[in-house]
Design a protein around this ligand. Structure first.
Ligand SMILES: Nc1ncnc2c1ncn2[C@@H]1O[C@H](COP(=O)(O)OP(=O)(O)OP(=O)(O)O)[C@@H](O)[C@H]1O
Length: 271
């Protein structure tokens, strides 16, 4: 991870191949007159785990939504795995991307939302196999094999034949994690994935994510208020304020010795 304001490169996991997997360059996002992201530049290297922190409304979720192409930037470019998400090259010129192009680039990205967003009318197994079969073109057998492996990873093998409504929130969120991973994305986006859970269910979900962070090569971009989790999994933490990164660095430093007054204020309110 690097930002224009970042100087530190201390990390606990080396980058898988050292290349930048996510690149935001001069990205500005406005909603009406509200400038949510202001000429934002940051990169995330392949295999890194980066956590976005900052006050409510500082633009963290908007960054994840831009990567999912749920919203579009007014200015600037976003690259994923070397391809422009928002633009494509036609006749040697960079032009706004077609839906088709963005969809292809977005296949590199999986997202887990605060509100699980499972298909309520499908059993657990089909929730996980649906996209690999219909988007990636896997055979039903291949997709089911993949789903079974992932259900084991998230500890839900015995719930394979249940509907989401028969599961706890924590179990539903673990299905959502398995569903995102079933697409074998290079990047996993996590948007406050434990915020909607009863407190006693939070640890189980975070344990699964810690396991994934520590045992796979997946790149993670995470928005969370769980600071202990952020400390455990992050190579770098980006502190946002008013649509800009005001400070970044390894969690050991950001949490114990923040440089910026706004970071100190924010951390004293949440830690
Ligand atoms: N679809 C939208 N239409 C209008 N304004 C929006 C929209 N989405 C986000 N915003 C505004 O953009 C700003 C940033 O929102 P965002 O959700 O990215 O912040 P955040 O840092 O993730 O906050 P939180 O920690 O509360 O989730 C807020 O002022 C929000 O009201």
């Amino acid at each position: 991870m690097s930002t224009e304001s970042s100087t530190s490169k201390e990390t606990k996991n080396p980058a898988v191949d050292g290349s930048e997997l996510i690149e935001f360059k001069d990205v500005t996002k406005r909603f009406g007159s509200n400038v949510v992201l202001d000429n934002l530049c940051f990169n995330v290297a392949s295999g890194k785990h980066v956590t976005l922190i900052g006050p409510s409304g500082s633009g963290k979720t908007t960054i994840l939504r831009l990567l999912m192409t749920l919203v579009k930037p007014e200015e600037g470019t976003i690259k994923v795995a070397g391809d422009y998400l928002t633009h494509e090259t036609r006749n040697g010129k960079l032009v706004p991307a077609s839906e088709r192009h963005s969809r292809e680039v977005r296949k590199n990205i999986g997202m887990v939302f605060q509100q699980f967003n499972l298909f309520p009318n499908m059993k657990v197994l089909r929730n996980i196999t649906e996209a690999p079969v219909h988007v990636l073109g896997l055979s039903k057998d291949e997709a089911e094999q993949r789903a079974r492996e992932l259900l084991e990873l998230v500890g839900l093998t015995e719930h394979i034949d249940k509907y989401p409504s028969q599961l706890s929130g924590g179990q539903q969120q673990r299905v959502a994690i398995a569903r995102a991973l079933a697409m074998r994305p290079q990047v996993l986006l996590l948007d406050e994935v434990t915020s909607a859970l009863d407190p006693e269910l939070v640890a189980g979900v975070l344990d699964v994510l810690r396991d994934i962070a520590h045992t796979t090569d997946i790149t993670m971009l995470c928005v969370t208020h769980e600071m202990n989790f952020a400390r455990d999994i992050s190579d770098d933490v980006l502190m946002f304020d008013a649509g800009r990164v005001i400070e970044s660095g390894p969690p050991e430093r950001i949490f114990s010795d923040p440089e910026h007054e706004r970071t100190r204020e924010f951390l004293s309110a949440v830690l």
